[in-house]
Write a protein that binds this ligand. Sequence first.
Ligand SMILES: [Zn+2]
Length: 244
Amino acid sequence: MTNLERLQKLVEFQQVFLQKKHIYSLYAEEEKKAKILSEENQKLISQLNDLKVNIEEMEKKISEENSKKDEIVKKINDLEEAKEKIKVARQMRSWEKDMEKQKQELSIVQAQIDYDSAKLEEMKKNFSHLDNLIKENQQKIDELVAFADKIKSEHKEEIAQNQAKENEIKEDFDVQFIEYFEALLNKTEGNALVEVEGEACSGCYTILPTSLQGEIGENVPVDEIQILQCPNCFRFLYHSSWLR
Ligand SMILES: [Zn+2]
């Protein structure tokens, strides 16, 4: 393969790169948004799972407190029943003391139940809020992914052709060179091989050294064409007359 043929192939490779970039640009924003939302949803789902565990623990705690309350209520009822049988004043004082103690305990456990129930209510509200947020996000993600998929499917043939062309050209170059060229394409956004305009590189508009100017021109014989780079921006250079 002559250097001119190599340059022609690199031009083609660059065109394929630009076509791929163009197709990607049609859904890039949606794909990025979907990715950000997915990451956000992963965090929310983990928060939701933590909250679920906390709610279960709180429900268990309240259920234990209610059992305790039932026991106290039962003791108070027993005391009420026993009251009629008391004949001696001394026993009555002891009964009053017991009753006072149970009522105090009942009031403490009731306050704890009320406090924990309010907390549980708050947790359930948060749970439902998070759950809705996750569902809303998922809906948005699905829409964004569907949009990207639609564009990809509309350009299916073009994408396949580009990929085939790219693979075909890659085989004509050694891996190291083509990887470097691809990196340069990425860096220059698809402008890695440029024409020399007058005496300057049309990539960075730097005036080329005189020696380089002599090697890239209309009058260079085909078999003397070299693959040269701009010493300033490292883009590869060609003369427009070479590719006519
Ligand atoms: Zn340059």
